[in-house]
Structure formats: structure tokens, C-alpha cells
Design a binder for this molecule. Structure first.
Ligand code: GAL
Length: 487
């Protein structure tokens, strides 16, 4: 699909020069010796080369093996994508006059998003497939196991719908376990007033654990809403959104950051909670406006060197702020940079690939879906450059609406370089508890930031692609350690 541009690196050229030099000196020493010893040297050299070649062919290096595994996986994904592309999704009513639910003409054209938000739409089950199609790991026959079906209801190991919206995942290497944290929205959806945003009272942050990313065990509410104290940030009447957890290697604490707000979204703060175990109750430490600025949609990101960052929408969602966290991850430092100023982006999800930073964001249209954008930077603190819409496949409506969803997190797949899972929420404002998960493979194609030989003086970012799949699964054995990898 995307062929990478071959780059002759400096190292390759240097290696060639060395080989040439070496060849010349061998020839000189041969001239000085006898015919017999020359042919003996040539034969033994040939034997060595053959031996080395045979060894390399029979025992491919770990990186070659991983690389070819990734390539095979990609090929099968593309094939599957072609097989299942669903053009039937196209909204046929496009162009008809829009009729609001109250029956009043609004004098504008009906859009696919109107159709998506219309609970009476005949196509409702295309966006929110019926519950009898739910993915239920306990009741799935062997041949259908491990398949992800973006948009279908997804059940846990007790056959209950997973409640982990606006969430994120951490991987604990020692136990090879994934923990998925997200908003429990299993309550009544309502509006404070006619024009208000649909909401559910705070129930708390749920945690689920899994070894395979498909079978999820409910570990319970690790940060509950507060039922009595009305002045508490977590009082049920407030807002707790987009919880994310990272682990601090020094303090040995799991640190959770989340968007904390009041019902009319004017508090615009971030809250922090800590725990000594991924599943133990988190202790809530309080909230603040980071760097003294309003903060709504947010995420946190832990870099390879342990430095952690917060990314939040600020200045009335018109720009992003990126700030460093303190060493204990419980607060922000003074270091803060603005990014995507004036671009009105939210729902940031950050990941790192071959030393560069990438971020997927959404536009600001509340629960309604909009077009995602991918951005990239050489440093977390920026400057950030916008690459474009990463969504591919499906049909145009799908690509323009992030597959009728909004991003929340990008999970790197352990042991699968260049392969990530893009996690998004397909919000159902009429019934928020029935919001669905859209998980899709995110792949990186093309060369990373390496200038071509002629150096055109612009960076060549890897292409970020999120392909639509009606169904897909991770490659066999992706989560078992590869032979020799542990040695
Ligand atoms: C979205 C945001 C969600 C939630 C929603 C409320 O823009 O990404 O997390 O806050 O608005 O309308």
C-alpha cells in the first residue's frame, strides 16, 4: 500500500568503503605468498562465507523475524480490509432537507452525522449493532475467538457490557497483564437543561484486566464517585472524564490523571489519584487548573526515559497545552508549551514511534463525531505539525467521522514494532451507557524522520494509518514471547 523510499544511509556507505579497503589489502598479501597458499586462503574464505550464509538463513535474527511477522500481519490486514469494506454504510438521505427531532425544518442539508445521532434512524443498528451481536468472550465459539468487532457491544468475563469509556490502557510487564481504565457510564443519561450536554452522574473509574486484550475481567470501580459531600470534586453531580494511568518506577505508584469538571464544564480542571496496585482503590489527591489555565479533554504520556507529560485542551478548547509532570507524576512543573494554537482540537492520544512523537486528536463537537487528525513532533514539547486525517478504508462518511467515533488512546502492541491499537469511543448521547468501543489497528508506514540523500530539508514523517475493519484480530501468538527474546 505504502512502499517505503529506499534510503542509502551513511552507515551503509561507510561499510562498503571498509569492505573495499579490506579486499585490496587481501590481494596485496596474496601476491606476496605462494600459489598454493593463495588457493588455500580463497577456498577457506569461500567455505567461511558459505557457513555464515547458511547460519544466517537457518537462524534469522530476532529483528528480522519480528519484521517479517509484522509484514505478514499487515498483508493479512489489508486483505481483510479489502474483503469487508462496507459501502452499504453510505447515508442515502444526504442532501434531503434536515428535519430536527421536533419536526422543525432547519433549512440545511441532512448529514450522515444527523443520521447517526437520530435514535429513530432506520440505520441505527449499523452504528449501534443489536445486542444479540455482542462480543461475549465466554460465549464465543472457538473459530470466532479473539475477533474485534468495532461498534458492537463488548462484554466482560461476567457477560456484562464493558463500562470503560474515554479510557486508556497500561501494560504491566512483570505479570504480562493489561489494565483498561475508563468511565463507568452505567447510569441514567439526562440533560441539566434543554440545550445542555447529555450526561451521566459520576459513578467512577472502572478497571478491567486482560492478558489477550480481548477477554476482560472486571476489577471493579477503583475510584468511586462521592455520593454525600456536595463540595467534593467527585460528587456524583460533577464530571469525571478521560481517566489515564501511568506507573512511576521511583515511587512505585500507579498515578491516575483525569478531567474534573462541574456539570456545566466551567471548572475545567485536572484531578490526580494514586494507588500502590493497578487494581487497588486509588486515593484521590485533588484537582487544579494546570499552569493556571482551563483544562478539559486531556491525556498523559510517559516517555521511555521516565519523563511524563500532560496534554490538555485549553483557552476554551482553542489550543492544546503540553506540560511536563513532576518526578512523582502528581503535579505539573512550570514547563508548558502551546500546540495547535487556534486549531480547536481535543481528545488527544499520544504515542511514540522510532524516536518521534505522534498524536491523534478530534475536533470539538461534543458527543458528535468529527474528523480525526494525526500530528507529529520531534519533541513532546513541540513544535507539532499536522499530518492529516489518518482514517482509511470504509467509506467517505466513515473516514470523515473517525468511523463515527472519537479517539481516546493509542496502545503500542508489546513485541510488534510499528503496530498499535487505536482506541476510540462511539458515543451514544441518548444513552451514554450504550456508547460503543471502536478499536482498530494503527500502523506506521514509510520512512521515519530520515532525510533523503539529497536532503530536501523537510522531515519525512511516517504515515499514520488507521484502517476501518468490520472485524479483525491480532496475529496468532503476538503476545507470547518470541524464541530467544528473553535470553
Ligand atoms: C467531548 C469530549 C468528551 C465529553 C463530551 C461532552 O467533546 O471529548 O470527553 O466531554 O464532549 O459533550
Amino acid at each position: 500500500m505504502f512502499s517505503s523510499i529506499p534510503v542509502l544511509s551513511g552507515r551503509t556507505k561507510a561499510t562498503r568503503k571498509m569492505v573495499h579497503k579490506h579486499g585490496k589489502s587481501t590481494a596485496l598479501s596474496c601476491n606476496a605468498g605462494s600459489r598454493c597458499s593463495l588457493s588455500a586462503i580463497i577456498w577457506s574464505l569461500a567455505a567461511w562465507i558459505l557457513l555464515i550464509h547458511a547460519y544466517n538463513t537457518l537462524t534469522p535474527s530476532n529483528s528480522n523475524r519480528v519484521e517479517s511477522q509484522v509484514q505478514q500481519y499487515r498483508l493479512s490486514m489489508y486483505r481483510e480490509h479489502e474483503d469487508i469494506e462496507d459501502r452499504g454504510f453510505e447515508v442515502k438521505q444526504r442532501g434531503k432537507k434536515f428535519v430536527s427531532p421536533s419536526g422543525k425544518q432547519r433549512g440545511r442539508r441532512h448529514t450522515p452525522i444527523d443520521d447517526f445521532l437520530d435514535v429513530t434512524s432506520q440505520r441505527r443498528s449499523l452504528y449501534f449493532p443489536e445486542k444479540n451481536l455482542a462480543v461475549n468472550p465466554l460465549k464465543t465459539e472457538d473459530s470466532r475467538k479473539y475477533y474485534f468487532y468495532p461498534g458492537r457491544e463488548w462484554r466482560d468475563t461476567e457477560s456484562r457490557p464493558i463500562q470503560a469509556h474515554g479510557g486508556g490502557i497500561i501494560y504491566v510487564e512483570e505479570t504480562q497483564t493489561f489494565y483498561w481504565y475508563g468511565e463507568n457510564k452505567d447510569g441514567r443519561s439526562y440533560r441539566m437543561h434543554r440545550k445542555g450536554t447529555a450526561r451521566v452522574d459520576i459513578i467512577g473509574v472502572n478497571c478491567y484486566s486482560s492478558k489477550d486484550l480481548w477477554t476482560w475481567k472486571n476489577e471493579g470501580i477503583v475510584l468511586p464517585g462521592e455520593k454525600v459531600n456536595k463540595t467534593h470534586d467527585l460528587h456524583v453531580s460533577n464530571v469525571l472524564e478521560r481517566p489515564k494511568v501511568i506507573y512511576n518506577n521511583h515511587t512505585k505508584q500507579y498515578v491516575m490523571w483525569m478531567h474534573i469538571d462541574n456539570a456545566n464544564y466551567s471548572k475545567a480542571s485536572v484531578g490526580v489519584a494514586v494507588s500502590s496496585s493497578p487494581t487497588a482503590p486509588f486515593q484521590y489527591l485533588g484537582s487544579k487548573q494546570p499552569h493556571g489555565f482551563d483544562s478539559r479533554d486531556m491525556t498523559i504520556f510517559k516517555d521511555d526515559n521516565g519523563q511524563a507529560y500532560i496534554v490538555y485542551s485549553s483557552e476554551d478548547n482553542s489550543e492544546l497545552h503540553i506540560g511536563q509532570l513532576t518526578e512523582d507524576y502528581k503535579d505539573v512543573t512550570k514547563v508548558m508549551r502551546r500546540a495547535l494554537v487556534g486549531e480547536h482540537r481535543e481528545a488527544p492520544a499520544v504515542f511514540k514511534h522510532r524516536g518521534l512523537y505522534y498524536m491523534i486528536t478530534s475536533g470539538c463537537t461534543g458527543w458528535a463525531p468529527n474528523t480525526a487528525l494525526a500530528h507529529s513532533a520531534e519533541s513532546m514539547l513541540g513544535p507539532w505539525e499536522t499530518l492529516g486525517n489518518p482514517c482509511m478504508g470504509g467509506n467517505e462518511d466513515f473516514r470523515r467521522t473517525t468511523f463515527f467515533a472519537q479517539g481516546t488512546f493509542v496502545l503500542p502492541l508489546p513485541g510488534m514494532p510499528d503496530t498499535f491499537i487505536f482506541m476510540a469511543d462511539r458515543w451514544s448521547p441518548a444513552e451514554l451507557r450504550d456508547s460503543r468501543y471502536v478499536w482498530l489497528p494503527l500502523t506506521m508506514d514509510g520512512p521515519a524522520d530520515e532525510p533523503l540523500e539529497d536532503d530536501f530539508e523537510f522531515p519525512i514523517w511516517s504515515r499514520v494509518s488507521i484502517y476501518w475493519h468490520k472485524q479483525w484480530k491480532l496475529p496468532e501468538g503476538w503476545n507470547s514471547p518470541l524464541p530467544n527474546q528473553s535470553s
